[in-house]
Ligand binder design. Structure first.
Ligand code: 5GP
Length: 184
C-alpha cells in the first residue's frame, strides 16, 4: 500500500530490486578476483548497500562513513564535515563508493578527493539514483541504477526529516508535507 504522504511511486520495490540485482551482477563480474571495498555514506545508502552486496557473490568488504554538510552558506564550496571516518585502510584497495543519490554532486566531490588522498588502487562510483538536473560538480558515474527528474524523492533509504527510509519503493513526497518549497 502506498504511504499517505507519497504523491507518486516513481520506482516500485520490484523495479528497484531488479535493477540492484543487475548492478550487483555487473560489479561482481567486473571485480572478480579483486576483492573490492565498498565504501558507503550513512545513512541513506545503507539499504541500497545491503541489497547490493547480497547480489555480489565475490569476496568483498564494506566500510561506512558519515558526513554532514556545513551550513547552507558554505554548502556551495562542497565543504563537508566527517562525522565518522573509515574504520580500515583503503591504501592499495579497489574502492567502490556506493551512494543512494547524486544531486549537486558536491558531497561526493569532496569525498572523492578525501578518498583519493588515502592512496587506493582505484575508485569507482556506483549510485542508485542520478539526478543530473542540479549537478554543480562534474562526477563520472561508473554504475548507475536510474536517472531521475529533479524531484524530491524518499524511500529505500532516502529520508525527509529522518522519516520514510523504510519504504520499499522510491516515491515523490506530497508537497503538502514539506510546505512551500521542496527541501534542497
Ligand atoms: P549532493 O551533494 O549530491 O547535492 O547531495 C547528495 C545528498 O543529498 C544525498 O546523499 C541525499 O542525502 C540528499 N538528497 C539529494 N537529493 C535528494 C532527494 O531527492 N531526496 C532525499 N531524500 N535526499 C536527497
Amino acid at each position: 500500500m502506498m504511504h499517505a504522504d507519497v504523491e507518486e511511486v516513481l520506482l516500485s520495490g520490484e523495479e528497484v530490486q531488479a535493477r540492484v540485482v543487475e548492478l550487483g551482477a555487473q560489479l561482481a563480474a567486473d571485480y572478480e578476483g579483486r576483492e573490492p571495498v565498498l565504501v558507503s555514506v550513512l545513512k541513506g545508502s545503507i539499504i541500497f548497500l545491503a541489497d547490493l552486496v547480497r547480489a555480489m557473490p565475490i569476496p568483498l568488504s564494506i566500510d561506512l562513513m558519515e558526513v554532514s554538510s556545513y551550513g547552507t552558506s558554505t554548502e556551495s564550496s562542497g565543504q563537508v564535515r566527517i562525522l565518522k571516518d573509515l574504520s580500515t585502510s583503503i591504501e592499495g584497495r579497489e574502492v567502490i563508493v556506493v551512494e543512494d543519490i547524486i544531486d549537486t554532486g558536491l558531497t561526493l566531490n569532496y569525498l572523492l578527493r578525501y578518498l583519493h588522498d588515502k592512496g587506493p588502487a582505484s575508485i569507482r562510483i556506483c549510485c542508485l539514483l542520478d539526478k543530473p538536473a542540479r549537478r554543480l560538480a562534474p562526477i563520472e558515474i561508473d554504475y548507475r541504477g536510474f536517472t531521475i527528474a529533479d524531484r524530491f524523492v524518499i524511500g529505500y533509504g532516502l529520508d525527509y526529516g529522518e522519516r520514510y527510509r523504510n519504504l520499499p519503493y522510491i516515491g515523490v513526497l506530497r508537497p503538502s508535507v514539506y510546505g512551500a518549497a521542496p527541501p534542497a
